[in-house]
Design a protein around this ligand. Structure first.
Ligand code: GAR
Length: 201
């Protein structure tokens, strides 16, 4: 399965996915890293991993539609089958959604629908809730909405600080994202085999 990863920042999830592929735990290939921030650290990770990377921002285009049309062109040129958002901090517009509906997933550091947005870990910590977690979901037009694929919970203890909680959440993310991706790929393969059997009968 040929993936594109979209990221805006550090790219630790991108790295975790790339390493799972290298270890043979994930039957996929990252055909493209797309980053909307030219100074993001994820671009250095991509260079070190020798994964093709492209960066531009909506400001480089007259409109968001044209920005997304250029992304779409890259996805098609690279024959991308699944788009994996990993810390991509923008709302996906209609141009991309129309072509990648059900083929675009996101990871979020809270138990959605609680604490969507860009500060999911901090918002849960400051709200004083007893548990939070990680959610992986299909992307729709909202902010961290869309059908949930998987969630993993974690207790927030009295000893936790924002820093320890952040580290625990990231550890879960780096394990959960490659695992869920592999499950999606296996399910898709099984479906393809079933479809082929049906067409032969
Ligand atoms: C991750 O914690 C991811 O869940 C979060 O951004 C971080 C990116 O880290 N995404 C969101 O908050 C989406 N609303 P990374 O760049 O090190 O992978």
């Amino acid at each position: 399965m040929k993936l594109a990863v979209f990221a805006s920042g550090s790219g630790s999830n991108f790295q975790a996915i790339a390493e799972a592929i290298q270890k043979g735990q994930l039957e996929a290939e990252i055909g493209l890293l797309f980053c909307d921030k030219k100074t993001a650290y994820v671009l250095q990770r991509a260079a070190a991993l020798q994964i093709p990377a492209v960066t531009f921002s909506p400001k480089d285009f007259p409109s968001k539609v044209q920005y997304e049309q250029e992304i779409l062109r890259l996805l098609e040129e690279n024959e991308i089958e699944l788009v994996v958002l990993a810390g991509y901090m923008r709302i996906i517009g209609a141009t991309l959604l129309a072509r990648f509906a059900n083929r675009m997933i996101n990871i979020h550091p809270s138990l959605l629908p609680a604490f969507p947005g860009i500060h999911g870990i901090q918002d849960a910590f400051e709200a004083g809730v007893a548990e939070t977690g990680v959610t992986i979901h299909y992307v729709d037009a909202g902010v961290d909405t869309g059908p949930i694929i998987a969630q993993e919970k974690i207790n927030i203890t009295t000893e936790d600080t924002l820093a320890t909680l952040t580290e625990k959440i990231h550890t879960i993310e780096h394990r959960l994202y490659p695992t869920v991706l592999q499950k999606l790929i296996t399910t898709q393969k099984e479906r393809a085999i079933d479809d082929e059997k049906k067409s032969l009968n």
